[in-house]
Design a protein around this ligand. Structure first.
Ligand code: URA
Length: 230
């Protein structure tokens, strides 16, 4: 098979999983697959992991912004002509789930100048084994904003669901939250979208499943470890 034929085959979308209507994946093409191949490779250096995961994060943030509503906006161009375009309807903010979600903040800042970004720390409660909120700092006017929730890995969905609960308690309607991640497990996507069907999920890749330690497979290992530890 010629290289170009291989590349064509690689543009086929993932057909093995019935994707819920609130879930949007990046278009599978050869470039995206090459980026994922690098960050999945256990031998990829930390520097390359950061560089290539940043490239994917940028694509995901741009895709997330595609789901924000726009209103008509007319401007005058330097030629004196009128251009009938659009502008974003509302204000946005980011909320990262610590610590791995912090890695996605820069990608959001590069696309949205001066964007406000809140933080949420959720960890397992050792007594109940359920996700527990340990810390949150959210923009004080978050209820008036669309929220881009940032967490690179959607495994069981526990942390993301807790984060959405916290954000909604601060007055944000469910349909104003867009959850952005790099890799999802079908199990987590199913649980998350059943509980929050109005939250849009933008995911770069839907993997095969979870292993016995709740890691995504094939996955890329522990995102935080690979990003922050040499
Ligand atoms: N978090 C990670 O960093 N990796 C996984 O596979 C699952 C959760």
């Amino acid at each position: 098979m010629s290289p170009s034929a291989t590349a064509t085959n690689r543009t086929e979308p993932n057909k093995q999983y019935d994707v819920p209507p609130s879930v949007f994946t990046l278009r599978r093409n050869a470039q995206l697959e090459a980026l994922y191949t690098i960050i999945r490779d256990k031998d990829t250096s930390r520097g390359d992991f950061i560089f290539y995961s940043d490239r994917i994060i940028r694509l995901l943030v741009e895709e997330g912004l595609n789901h924000l509503p726009v209103v008509p906006r007319v401007v005058e161009t330097p030629t004196g002509a009128k251009y009938e375009g659009v502008g974003f309807e509302g204000k946005i903010c980011g909320v990262s789930i610590l610590r791995a979600g912090e890695a996605m903040e820069q990608g959001l800042r590069e696309v949205c100048r001066s964007v406000r970004i809140g933080k949420i720390l959720i960890q397992r409660d050792e007594e109940t084994t359920r996700p527990k909120l340990f810390y949150s700092k959210l923009p004080q006017d978050i209820a008036q904003r669309y929220v881009l929730l940032l967490d690179p890995m959607l495994a069981t969905g526990g942390s993301a669901m807790k984060a959405v609960e916290v954000i909604m308690e601060h007055g944000v309607p469910e349909d104003r939250i867009i959850f952005i991640n790099l890799v999802s497990a079908p199990e987590g996507l199913k649980t998350f979208t059943s509980r929050y069907p109005l939250v849009k999920v933008i995911t770069g890749w839907i993997d095969d499943g979870l292993n016995e330690r709740a890691y995504i497979v094939p996955g890329l290992g522990d995102f935080g470890e690979r990003r922050y530890c040499a």
